[in-house]
Design a protein around this ligand. Structure first.
Ligand SMILES: Nc1ncnc2c1ncn2[C@@H]1O[C@H](COP(=O)(O)OP(=O)(O)O)[C@@H](O)[C@H]1O
Ligand SMILES: [Mg+2]
Length: 274
């Protein structure tokens, strides 16, 4: 059951645990929370209620109950739809193409050199390597057959990206995409509020102060280009030592990964207070 919480008398959160450890956060255990019986007819709230199936539908439904989610449907799409954020970030993220119709490997070869990275316009299928990296046009065709029957991928447009060699952090595990030197960063009103390892399960890795400030410089300019209230930017370092943007997402839907949720929400409250 979702509930409307007022954090520290400042920030409304529409909160629902979804049973995913890296996403859920028990606000009540770490922040003073109230559920005022009387409130203004409309409040603006951050949704922490899992992935939205149809943002606009859920946005309108909540609005009719006096709860306005922090992102308009347009802002949500700008942050999470590949076709929306990619054109804003060309140059700082691997060169990519969104295909409205499933392309053939041959058609892909006209625009890309193999190997290519392939995913849905919103996400991969749980980071499965065999569905994400195509080494040849025929391998690409085979992947597309599997996309057609994959519950996560079949309804998304196909995105093909230049395959970029990323700085590795450890070997691959159980058929997943190799973990690389990647970090997740959270941005609240274009201000940095939290960053940490993207691959939080495996071996630990840390950015040096220099690496961190370079990464944050790229992420900050990225945040300003996308310019939505609550944004997540995932960054990776290439084998050449350059930072690139891997993807953006709506902060309402993103798991914390290696980011401390306590520090994150404290930083957000701090900004809202001032
Ligand atoms: N263009 C690319 N080249 C090489 N590796 C990539 C590329 N894009 C993504 N990856 C790797 O695959 C992982 C998953 O891709 P991502 O786009 O983040 O999918 P998801 O939306 O499912 O998280 C990334 O964290 C990164 O390690
Ligand atoms: Mg990702």
């Amino acid at each position: 059951m979702a509930e409307l919480l007022l954090l520290a008398d400042i920030l409304w959160v529409w909160s629902k645990p979804i049973g995913v450890g890296i996403y859920d956060f028990d606000f009540r255990s770490f922040f003073p929370c109230r559920q005022p019986w009387q409130r203004s007819p409309e409040v603006t709230a951050v949704g922490r209620c899992g992935a939205f199936e149809e943002y606009r539908v859920e946005y309108e439904a909540l609005l009719s109950e006096g709860i306005r989610l922090i992102h308009t449907p347009e802002q949500h799409d700008k942050a999470s739809e590949f076709g929306q954020w990619y054109p804003l970030l060309e140059g700082s993220t691997p060169q990519s193409k969104v295909y409205a119709e499933t392309p053939t490997g041959e058609a892909v070869a006209e625009s890309f050199q193999f190997p290519v990275f392939v995913k849905g316009s919103r996400q991969t299928s749980r980071h499965q390597k065999s569905l994400s990296i195509a080494n040849s046009p025929s391998e690409f065709d085979y992947i597309m057959v599997r996309y057609a029957s994959d519950p996560i991928l079949s309804w998304q447009s196909v995105v093909v990206r230049d395959f970029v060699r990323l700085r590795p952090v450890e070997g691959n595990s159980q058929g997943k995409v190799d973990s690389s030197f990647e970090f997740r960063t959270f941005w609240w009103r274009n201000q940095f509020v939290g960053g940490g390892r993207y691959w939080w399960e495996g071996r630990t890795y840390q950015w040096s102060a220099n690496e961190r400030s370079e990464a944050l410089r790229l992420a900050e300019s990225t945040a300003k280009l996308i310019d939505v209230p609550f944004l997540v930017i995932d960054l990776a370092m290439t084998v050449d030592g350059n930072w690139i943007v891997i993807e953006c997402n709506d902060g309402q839907e993103s798991g914390y990964a290696g980011v401390s949720p306590i520090a994150l929400w404290q930083n957000i409250l701090e900004i809202e207070r001032s």
